[in-house]
Design a protein around this ligand. Structure first.
Ligand SMILES: Nc1ncnc2c1ncn2[C@@H]1O[C@H](COP(=O)(O)OP(=O)(O)OP(=O)(O)O)[C@@H](O)[C@H]1O
Ligand SMILES: [Mg+2]
Length: 526
């Protein structure tokens, strides 16, 4: 019995009872094995393919809402608005009260002065009121109205009783001085009135308030403009401050995302701020510990696999020798030898897979592009398959020669074809298509397909699905995860979907590299 693989790169078919407890539903949808590159060295731990660190996430039932930066800016703007509005209102009120009282005081003083003058003149000479009125000093726009001996007289042509509000007149009539603001003839005016009992007259003077109102209006506009500017400035300061404050968080998120993408040597720069340096130090220490642990795990796994290889090779040679003499052995010994052979084959496949995985995890595997004649290459692969062989279809649109890593692509396809034989009642079709600038290779079988619930998990390491369970075939559950890694190295993705006529369709979707363009050669190799 031979222990080498039937096709280079193929992993031997082995029989092994798969793990129990798979409950897949039979509904289907395509699922991709394109995952963010994993941190190196986590290879031998069974894991679910996770979400990339920089992928946006939100808790179920919560909406993303406003970001911290927007909220900080809004808070600053609101604070500035409230402050500037309060200050503006206070300033306006105080200024208004002060200016108004100043104006009223001045006006009243002038009115009383004029009233006294008029009284003195009337008392001394008993002359005509209208003569005296014209000699009184009034400010521009002010008007004097006097009632003397039952007659109303004014300094202006239109002046008269109607210019004085009734309540002011009434108060003065009662012998009290009065003062109030009023709208007279559509103008804001201050009316001052005082009785002159010694000469039997009432003295009224009205003063224009337009100038004061204009001043107050200008003040209000200036305050509103400055409140708006202050609010905008507050928002800008909030924006700037939040950007500065959040920068360390952004840096941390960026480094965490890099680490999530597998760059384990990424670190935060040492912060000079005493409040932030503990964060950067502990973050870096955590990443260093993680990197160290992953490295140790990786070394351990690869060391163990290496150590196992030598005794396994010796064991397999010894079993091969025994196998050649099997017919001469008693029947029970033959049964034992057969079990031993199966286990050694399985063990060898496992160790080889583990070694490959540890190399992939360590980033030690690189793409080695070679020109191949695609149709010939696929034809040879199909010819090496056991009967009944799958049908081969190659798209005419594809260039004759493409650049691929021949060994890796072969591993992927042999893996998919082996799986189709094991779990899908045989591969029916191998096809290569051009879809835009992609090379799409698909293997279809006539089995039950892969249940939707398993379509992501089949690409996980050590995962064996329902089909493996019911087939009773032995395997490690590493085949598809390795194939997915190989496809990923090509810059593509491996996914599973339903085949048109039922069954599973595994699709390796790769960037199409025309050998002539990519390598500048028309190599004859395939
Ligand atoms: N063509 C297929 N049809 C149905 N199920 C499949 C098919 N190919 C793979 N599977 C499911 O995916 C699982 C994982 O496949 P994978 O190749 O990774 O592991 P395996 O074949 O069980 O073991 P090995 O590491 O030896 O290949 C299988 O156990 C099987 O349940
Ligand atoms: Mg397999």
């Amino acid at each position: 019995m031979a222990f080498t693989r039937p096709v280079p790169g193929a992993r031997r078919p082995v029989t092994w009872q798969c793990e129990p407890g798979h409950s897949g539903s039979p509904d289907r949808r395509p699922v991709s094995a394109q995952a963010p590159a994993a941190p190196a060295g986590t290879g031998f731990i069974r894991r679910r393919r996770g979400r990339a660190v920089d992928e946006p996430t939100s808790l179920p039932g919560t909406s993303p809402g406003l970001g911290l930066r927007a909220r900080t800016s809004i808070a600053f703007a609101l604070g500035a608005l409230v402050l500037s509005v309060v200050l503006s209102v206070l300033t306006y009120q105080l200024t208004r009260t002060y200016l108004t009282s100043q104006r009223e005081e001045l006006a009243a003083r002038q009115a009383y002065l004029n009233a006294r003058l008029l009284r003195d003149v009337l008392r001394a000479s008993g002359g005509e009121v209208s003569d005296t009125l014209s000699s009184l000093a009034t400010e521009a726009g002010s008007q004097i109205v006097v009632r003397h001996e039952g007659r109303w007289l004014g300094s202006a042509v239109t002046s008269g009783e109607e210019l004085i509000p009734a309540d002011v007149r009434a108060l003065v009539q009662e012998g009290q001085p009065a003062r109030r603001r009023a709208v007279i003839g559509g103008e804001h005016r201050l009316v001052v009135g005082t009785p002159l009992p010694s000469v039997g007259a009432w003295y009224f003077e009205t003063f224009p308030l337009d100038e004061l109102n204009d001043t107050l209006r200008t003040l209000a506009v200036s305050l509103a403009v400055s409140a708006t500017i202050t609010t905008l400035a507050g928002a800008a300061v909030g924006q700037y401050a939040s950007r500065r404050v959040l920068r360390p968080l952004r840096d941390t998120a960026a480094v965490a995302a890099e680490i999530g993408r597998g760059q384990l040597d990424s670190r935060l720069p040492e912060a000079r701020d005493p409040d932030l340096s503990p964060l950067s130090r502990s973050f870096n220490a955590m990443v260093a510990a993680l990197e160290d642990r992953i490295e140790r795990e990786q070394r351990f796994a690869s060391d163990v696999s290496h150590e196992l290889r030598t005794p396994l090779t010796a064991l397999s040679s010894a079993v091969a020798v025994l196998d050649r003499q099997a017919p001469e052995l008693p029947e029970r010994a033959q049964t034992a030898l057969s079990i031993l052979t199966t286990q050694v084959v399985y063990f060898q496949a496992l160790v080889l897979d583990l070694l490959e995985i540890s190399r992939l995890d360590a980033g030690a595997e690189h793409l080695e592009l070679e020109p191949i004649h695609l149709a010939e290459y696929l034809r040879r692969l199909v010819d090496l398959r056991p009967e009944p062989r799958p049908r081969l279809v190659v798209d005419d649109e594809l260039p004759e020669r493409v650049a691929v890593d021949r060994r890796r692509l072969e591993r992927v396809l042999v893996n998919l074809l082996d799986n189709a034989d094991r779990y899908g009642e045989g591969a029916r079709l191998l096809r290569a298509d051009r879809v835009g600038d992609r090379l799409v290779l698909a293997v279809e079988d006539g089995g039950a397909g892969v249940p939707v619930a398993e379509r992501e998990r089949v690409f996980e390491r050590f995962y064996r699905g329902m089909a493996a369970h019911s087939s009773g075939r032995k395997g490690t559950g590493l085949g598809l995860s390795l194939a997915a890694e190989q496809v990923r190295l090509h810059g593509g993705e491996l996914r599973v979907e339903d085949a048109p006529g039922g069954g599973a369709r595994f699709v390796a979707d790769l960037p199409l590299r025309d050998a002539a363009e990519e390598l500048g050669v028309l190599g004859e190799e395939w």
